[in-house]
Design a protein around this ligand. Structure first.
Ligand SMILES: C[S@@+](CC[C@H](N)C(=O)[O-])C[C@H]1O[C@@H](n2cnc3c(N)ncnc32)[C@H](O)[C@@H]1O
Length: 248
């Protein structure tokens, strides 16, 4: 693969997670961000651990098909690795990330990667959807929506989540996170996130879930969502929730 000349958030996260699919340009961008904010590895590990706990809980409920939006790099404890009996379709809008994901999953018969704009379910290839998320619309599925809400305005996020609710079968789950107001105290780091970046307080995020019903765990800092032991001591940069479309 040619050396990229621009960093990608997906590969920066791979760097912070200790993965093997990033480049010097990503490491440089990650370092610049850490100079403006502080260490990030533990924060992204806590977010990925939340993904693991949420996906395992969905699988434990009997769901065996997942659709992942804004998936980034499909390694380091990602969905098909923590739900080994499930089939998984990863999607992203960034062409380089889609190509990388397709290369990494080329030998997998139960996880695939394709283009998909989270704000328009119609952009997901129907053939891939039916292969990797069989029974879409008829059987309960898990939708994973992490690292995305921060880049969608309130109206777009609410509309997108409502369209997903309409599309999935009753009994389906949504794993979602959003960025807290943590970066407000770090203006240089905040500026690096770009003009589309949105921080939200939990009370502002909750109504955007619309008809999706959060589980009793609530909308909490990701490290505090059903922690396996004592919650990891990281800044509350990301909040997360598991929500359901009730069965029947
Ligand atoms: C911050 S990264 C998160 C990656 C991964 N979900 C994680 O949590 O590690 C955001 C990803 O979302 C993708 N993205 C941005 N806007 C999107 C959209 N409208 N639909 C789908 N993916 C999008 C970006 O290309 C990027 O790979």
């Amino acid at each position: 693969m040619a050396e990229p000349d621009q960093p990608s958030t997906a590969r920066m996260i791979d760097y912070w997670l200790g993965g093997a699919h990033h480049h010097p340009v990503d490491v440089a961008a990650a370092g610049a961000f850490e100079n403006a904010y502080g260490p990030c590895a533990a924060i992204f590990r806590a977010l990925r651990d939340f993904l693991g706990r949420a996906v395992r809980s969905i699988a434990d409920a009997g769901v065996d098909g997942f659709l992942v939006f804004g998936a980034g790099v499909p390694t380091c404890g990602n969905v098909h690795e923590v739900a080994p009996d499930a089939t998984v379709l990863y999607t992203d809008v960034d062409p380089a990330t889609v190509r990388l994901g397709q290369r990494l999953l080329a030998d997998s018969d139960r996880a695939g990667y394709g283009y998909g704009d989270a704000t328009d379910i119609g952009t997901v290839d129907p053939a891939q959807l039916h292969r990797f998320v069989p029974g879409w619309g008829r059987r309960p599925v898990g939708v994973v929506f992490l690292g995305l809400a921060a880049f969608l305005d309130d109206d777009t996020l609410a509309r997108t989540l409502d369209e997903l609710y309409e599309a999935v079968a009753p009994g389906s789950f949504l794993a979602i996170d959003f960025d807290s107001e943590e970066l407000a105290a770090y203006p240089d780091a905040l500026a690096m996130m770009g003009p589309a970046f949105r921080m939200r307080a939990p009370a502002r995020f909750a109504p955007l879930l619309g008809r999706w019903q959060p589980t009793a765990d609530g909308i909490v800092p990701v490290a505090q969502w059903r922690p396996a032991g004592a919650p990891e001591p990281v800044p509350d940069a990301f909040y997360g929730a598991l929500a359901v479309k009730p069965a029947g």
